[in-house]
Design a protein around this ligand. Sequence first.
Ligand code: BEZ
Ligand code: FE
Length: 290
Amino acid sequence: MDLQGDDLTTAVVASFDGSANPRTRTLMSALVRHLHAFAREVDLTEDEYFTAIDFLTRTGQISTGTRQEFVLLADVLGLSMLTVGLGNRKPAAATQSTVFGPFFVEGSPEAQLGDDIANGAPGQPCLVSGRVLNIKGEPIAGALVETWQADEEGFYDVQKDLDGPQNRAHQTTDADGNYAFWAVKPVAYPIPDDGPVGELLRAGGRGPMRPAHIHFMVTAPGYARLITHVFAAGDEYLRNDAVFGVKDSLITDFTEHPAGDQAPYGKTPDRPYYSVNYDLVLATTEETQQ
Ligand code: BEZ
Ligand code: FE
């Protein structure tokens, strides 16, 4: 046997015919066909092949439970956002989904409405509030709202050597669907670019920056889980997010308040602060096409 060209591709595709799971066969058949078509299109050299293998090897070697370089690679290649779009087809009234990112941590502290979750993180205080609603505009009581974000220096708590969580919590909406917590005003920050993904960005003449945002994951019985961000209007990186995560409907104003301006939930900060109010609208599982 002397397989070359199209015959080689056909043979590799056929080698998955015996897959126990038909979906494995579908996935591997398409992957092999597209991978071979890519190599043919660019006339892949052996040097380039070994460079790619070395890149993927180093991507694996730098990865840990908290440094997820493969997730980062999928993010900068737009694969994460493509998959988010395919998996979350829902009515226009529902809040759009965006990338999960690598900085979520299970088991965040519980916060009551109006609690300060910054826990000493550097940054300007920011009251983050809104309601969790269904697509008819009705409140969803008892929804679980999980949130996480970077501080003013552009770091998540898990990137720092800390004793406890900062700018990270979960809370349950009240009878009117309200969520509310104090954190810090988010700023634009670079995704980790000291590894292979950073090399790729530089080779492509691309930057590592993400526009300022707050992460949310919202779950409620009967509703599709919402993973999204709220982005700060006016940020200079909204049009060139390193991971292509921005959707216009997720951009909102952060309002500046002078010191002494009374805020809801019984706090009157003694320094200037920001507030942002954003409703998170869930589609039911039936309203969401997976
Ligand atoms: C984030 O927003 O936390 C994030 C998303 C994708 C890649 C890196 C960071
Ligand atoms: Fe983020």
